[in-house]
Structures are given as structure tokens and as C-alpha cells.
Design a protein around this ligand. Structure first.
Ligand code: BTN
Length: 327
């Protein structure tokens, strides 16, 4: 109710009367007054004028569930947001919530993680106050073979948000699941699935975005960057999470309809970092080089081999590098 009240105030250019709010939420004037008081204590400047009502004058830069929910314009994603100041891993939290019956679209967001998980058993660095760590719980009605495509749906959503918020930046996707700015990693995605042979119980898509870090641990300092390092200014985290959810919902809708990525392959490819360039495919069965042509409808990376034959690379099996290193 607090988030809804805040949303109403935020979206209204005029005063909203106490009576209107009471009717809308079916509560007393005292209950509304109490909530307004709480919001004020949290830093929201809310003007109250007799015979007119309430008006939001300014709001603080906070990162929490109420702020996220009040700014998110989605149909079904993020209707339930769990915010943790500190947690081990939002992916683990989302998994536990899934086991406890949480619904499709539940979102877990943390200010910091003490045991953030990366791909291939690596850890993910998410320091206090400067990173974004969130996990989205989905219960998709798709076959388990289609689940890896969800990572690409999230990748395109993150790329779209960063591209829209920071028009001058060179935002790229390193297939399948890294988002880069100026050739350095700004976001990683870890998708974990709980499924039977032919049935998905739930999928958790975990996203880590480097926002206000000004340094990284030595082992990743060469390949990682943050939005602050690129822009030179501190960035607000809420609009990024909200934007990712809105874009994800849009692209997920297209994916659900077709059960593949056909509706936005071109958009994905337009962000692909090594498109039309030589890459090295690190396949456990043997590495090889070829030209990355783009993805197909199933999200596989198409590689044109020197003899002009085509190979399709599935995410999960292999990793792809530029011939000179990370990109
Ligand atoms: C990678 O690039 O290796 C994937 C990194 C994924 C990190 C995110 S942060 C939120 C979520 N919780 C985790 O423990 N991991 C993911």
C-alpha cells in the first residue's frame, strides 16, 4: 500500500485529496496520514495543504522495495519485491522463495551480497551501496531446452536499458550473458533452473550490474568496469532495475509468443560485440576459430568456419572469446 500511495503521488502533477486516498485504499484518514508520516521520515518531501490534499515535492535517492515498486510500470513482473540490505546470494534467496511457493515474476534485490555467485563456480563481487544484484523468479511454461534463451532475453533487456539511459555509451553484449561498455564487463547474468526432463519448476535469472564501484578486485580489474567509472559520476540504481524489469517484460512477452527469439534477433545482434569478427570458441572437445555471424532464433551463436561451413554454438557448453583476449 505504501508503494501504491507513493506511485499515486509520484504520477500526479496536482494535489491528491485525503478523501480520494481513503476511498482508493479503503482505509481511514489516520492510516493515510501515518503512511505519509513514514514516507516523510524516509526523506520524501510531501506537502499537505488543507482542502487540497497531498503533493510529492521531491524524493530521496533510496534503493529499497517501496521505491522500486512505486516506480515500476510492469504488468506482472516485480509485483512482489523482496529487498535485502545484505544477503549471501539473491539467486539462493529466489530459489528458496520458489521452493516456498513464490509466484512468477517475484523479484529479489540486494544492496550487497556476501557470497554472490558467478558462472562456472566463480564468485561475483557486489560491494555495499554501489552494485546492483537482483534475481527474477520465473515459472515459464516452456520446455527445459528453451531455458538458456532466457539468459539472452535478460541480456538484451539490460543492454536496452543501458543504451536508453546512457545514449553516448558503447553498450555491447558478449554472447551469451555479459553486457559490456567500452569493451569491459559491466553486467553478468547467471540463470539457474529447477526442472524435470520435460518440465520446468522454476528458473532464477540473477543479474549483477556494476554501478558505483570505483575499483575492482585485482583478478577482474582488467576486464571489469562500472557506470561510475565510465561516466565519472555517481549513478542512481533504482531506474536501472526498474528499466530492466520493464524491458525484460516486453521482450519476454515476444519470446513467450514465439517460444524463441525470432522477434528480436536483429536487436540482439545489433549489440553483439564480436559480430562479423573472428572469435575463438573454447569448446571442451577442442577450441576452434571462426567468424561470429550473429545468433539464430534459438539464441545459438552462428560461427562461419574458414572452410565456409557453419557451426552453431549453444550457450552453457562453451565460452567464446575475441582472438586477442576477453573480447
Ligand atoms: C557471471 O558473469 O559470472 C554471472 C554473474 C551473476 C551475478 C548475479 S548478482 C545477482 C545474482 N545473485 C548471485 O549470486 N549471482 C547473480
Amino acid at each position: 500500500m505504501k508503494a501504491e500511495l507513493l506511485r499515486l503521488l509520484r504520477n500526479s502533477t496536482d494535489y491528491i485529496s485525503g478523501q480520494e486516498l481513503c476511498e482508493k485504499f479503503g482505509v481511514s484518514r489516520t492510516a493515510i496520514w501515518k503512511l505519509i508520516g513514514q514516507l516523510r521520515e524516509e526523506g520524501y518531501d510531501i506537502e499537505a495543504v488543507t482542502n487540497k490534499g497531498y503533493r510529492l515535492v521531491s524524493y530521496p535517492q533510496v534503493f529499497n522495495a517501496v521505491e522500486l515498486m512505486s516506480r515500476m510500470n510492469t504488468e506482472w513482473i516485480g509485483k512482489k519485491v523482496y529487498f535485502r540490505e545484505e544477503t549471501e546470494s539473491t539467486n539462493t534467496d529466489a530459489k528458496n522463495l520458489a521452493d516456498a511457493g513464490a509466484g512468477n515474476g517475484t523479484l529479489v534485490v540486494a544492496d550487497t551480497q556476501t557470497g554472490g555467485k558467478g558462472r562456472r563456480g566463480r564468485s561475483w563481487y557486489s560491494p555495499v551501496g554501489s552494485s546492483i544484484s537482483f534475481s527474477l523468479l520465473l515459472r515459464p511454461e516452456i520446455s527445459p531446452q528453451c531455458a538458456p534463451m532466457l539468459t539472452l532475453v535478460m541480456g538484451v533487456a539490460v543492454a536496452e536499458v543501458l543504451h536508453n539511459l546512457y545514449r553516448d555509451m558503447d553498450v555491447r553484449i558478449k554472447w551469451p550473458n555479459d553486457v559490456l561498455i567500452n569493451d569491459k564487463k559491466v553486467c553478468g547474468i547467471l540463470t539457474e533452473m529447477n526442472a524435470e526432463m520435460d518440465y520446468i519448476h522454476d528458473v532464477v535469472i540473477g543479474v549483477g550490474i556494476n554501478v558505483n564501484q570505483d575499483e575492482f578486485p585485482e583478478e577482474v580489474s582488467e576486464i571489469a568496469t562500472s557506470l561510475r567509472m565510465v561516466t565519472g559520476e555517481k549513478q542512481e540504481r533504482t531506474p536501472i532495475v526498474v528499466g530492466v524489469m520493464e524491458f525484460f517484460e516486453y521482450y519476454y512477452g515476444l519470446f513467450e509468443k514465439q517460444q524463441d527469439l525470432s522477434a528480436f534477433v536483429d536487436i540482439y545482434d545489433s549489440y553483439l560485440i564480436n559480430r562479423k569478427r573472428e572469435v575463438c570458441v573454447l569448446d571442451p572437445k577442442g577450441s576452434y576459430k571462426g567468424i561470429a555471424e550473429g545468433i539464430n532464433d534459438r539464441g545459438e551463436l552462428i560461427i562461419r568456419m574458414p572452410d565456409k561451413s557453419i557451426r552453431r554454438v549453444s550457450s552453457g557448453e562453451v565460452s567464446v572469446r575475441g582472438v586477442y583476449g576477453y573480447v
